[in-house]
Each structure stands twice: as structure tokens, then as C-alpha cells.
Ligand binder design. Structure first.
Ligand code: PXP
Length: 252
């Protein structure tokens, strides 16, 4: 089975820093700890309102971390220009609404085809690996393929919410949706990633899906770091991912 990469999203280290407006805690230091704890990449979302990650953070992360940087970005001219300037290893195009607390759903790759096409093309031409953050829905995967995106990241937010609600039947249904989408996207030739809302309780069923190459996890890890430290939180997540992968491999 393919190795499963862990991208650690450090946005909320910046959220805590920005609560007081100083320099502590530093997202760059979090990225260094993530690397030592077994992360394969660092993910950061430069939001239009700069509520957490700043332009200066992206600049420092691009220059100073020894891990691939995955820049999450809205499909805007401003963000495209920033991505082309910094040339991160990867860019994940996400929908963005000012009033939302977090990225609430996937991007509409079907309805947004004409708007997304030039952005996907420009990023690809610059050698940046493009992914589209989409709902686990076949139409969205078809649309991502039509746009020429090599990667999709499946939104696991609804799946995680079903876990939190205790609705086991809904949880099973939404997990199956992710499984089906991962299989379908792979058959289309897309590389499959997943993320949003994942924690220790929800990561293993997703990590066990053999078609998934990468998970991007942030909020839970930064929250857990308050209690156990960032290094321990990431190591535990990494261990659960590896365990799920090994168990799924043995069951085959
Ligand atoms: N993947 C994408 C595309 C996201 O937008 C986010 C949230 O910024 C994540 C993964 C990580 O989600 P969480 O912080 O809930 O783990």
C-alpha cells in the first residue's frame, strides 16, 4: 500500500499569536517541530482577511522550512499572484467566504469551471502541484479532472461532524462516501488527499482508505498541543495513521 503523507496545517498557531499581536507562538517554529515529529509537509491558508497566516509567514515558510509547503488559497487574482511569487511545492484551491469560521465546504468545480480554469493553468505552468478542495462527490471529481487538476483533497468536515453528533448511521454513510470518491477519483487518474476536522477519533477510518495519499490536519493538533505539546500530538496522529494503514494492509 502507498505511504500516507501527513501535512500539518499551522494556521491556528498564527491564530493564537494574532490574539495578542506579537510574534509568539511562531508558526515557523511549529513547522520545525512538525518536521521533527514526522510531518511530510506544512500546510498554511493565507486568507483574504489575513486572520491567521500573514504574508510575512508565507515568505518565511517558503524560504526557511525544509519541508514541502502546501499553500491553501482562494481562487483570486491576488492569491494567484502571491503563489506565483513564492512558488510553493503545492497549492490547494479552496472556497472562501469572509463570514465563515473555517472552510465550510468544498469548492464548486462544476459551476466554477470558467473562473478556475485560468488559475489552475497558471499554477500548473509555474510547476506548482495543484489540488482542488472538493466534497466527496463524483460530479466534483469529474469537474476537477476536466480542469486538469492532478490532485483533489476530499473535504472530511461532514464526516467528522457526524462522528461528533454520535449518529453512527450517518457517520457510516459519510465514510462510505469518502471511500467511493477516493476510488472513483483514483480511477480518473487523480491523486487523492483528504482533510478538515480530523482528530484522533476520526483519522483511522480515513487513513485506512488505500487510495488516499495525504491527509492535511491542523486545528485538532494545535488544540491538542495545549495539553500534550505539539510534538506529542503530531507523533500520536502519525502513529494512528500508520496503524490504520498497517491494519488495512493486513486485512487485505
Ligand atoms: N485541508 C483544507 C483544504 C483546509 O482548508 C483545512 C482547514 O484550513 C484543512 C485541511 C485542515 O482542517 P483542520 O484545521 O480542521 O484540521
Amino acid at each position: 500500500m502507498k505511504a500516507l503523507r501527513l501535512g500539518v496545517n499551522i494556521d491556528h498557531v498564527a491564530t493564537i499569536r494574532n490574539a495578542r499581536g506579537g510574534a509568539h507562538p511562531d508558526p515557523l517554529r511549529a513547522a520545525q517541530i512538525a518536521k521533527a515529529a514526522g510531518a511530510d509537509g506544512i500546510t498554511a491558508h493565507l486568507r483574504e482577511d489575513r486572520r491567521h497566516i500573514s504574508d510575512a509567514d508565507i515568505d518565511r515558510l517558503s524560504r526557511e522550512i525544509a519541508l514541502p509547503l502546501n499553500l491553501e488559497m482562494a481562487a483570486t487574482e491576488e492569491m494567484l499572484e502571491i503563489a506565483l511569487r513564492h512558488k510553493p511545492h503545492a497549492a490547494c484551491i479552496v472556497p472562501e467566504k469572509r463570514e465563515e469560521r473555517t472552510t465550510e465546504g468544498g469548492i464548486d468545480a462544476v459551476g466554477g469551471h470558467n473562473r478556475l480554469q485560468p488559475i489552475v493553468r497558471a499554477l500548473k505552468n509555474a510547476g506548482i502541484r495543484v489540488s482542488l478542495f472538493v466534497e466527496p462527490d463524483k460530479r466534483q471529481l469529474d469537474a476537477a479532472k476536466a480542469l486538469g487538476a492532478p490532485v483533489v483533497e476530499l473535504h472530511t468536515g461532514a464526516y467528522c461532524e457526524a462522528w461528533a453528533s454520535g449518529d453512527r448511521a450517518l457517520f457510516d454513510t459519510l465514510l462510505e462516501k469518502v471511500r467511493v470518491a477516493a476510488r472513483y477519483g483514483t480511477a480518473l487518474g487523480l491523486e487523492i488527499h483528504a482533510g478538515h476536522g480530523l482528530g484522533f477519533d476520526t483519522v483511522k477510518p480515513i487513513a485506512a482508505i488505500s487510495e488516499i495519499h495525504e491527509l492535511n490536519i491542523g486545528h485538532f493538533l494545535v488544540g491538542e498541543a495545549i495539553f500534550t505539546g505539539l510534538d506529542a500530538a503530531i507523533r500520536r496522529m502519525r502513529a494512528l495513521m500508520d496503524e490504520a494503514r498497517a491494519e488495512a494492509g493486513a486485512a487485505r
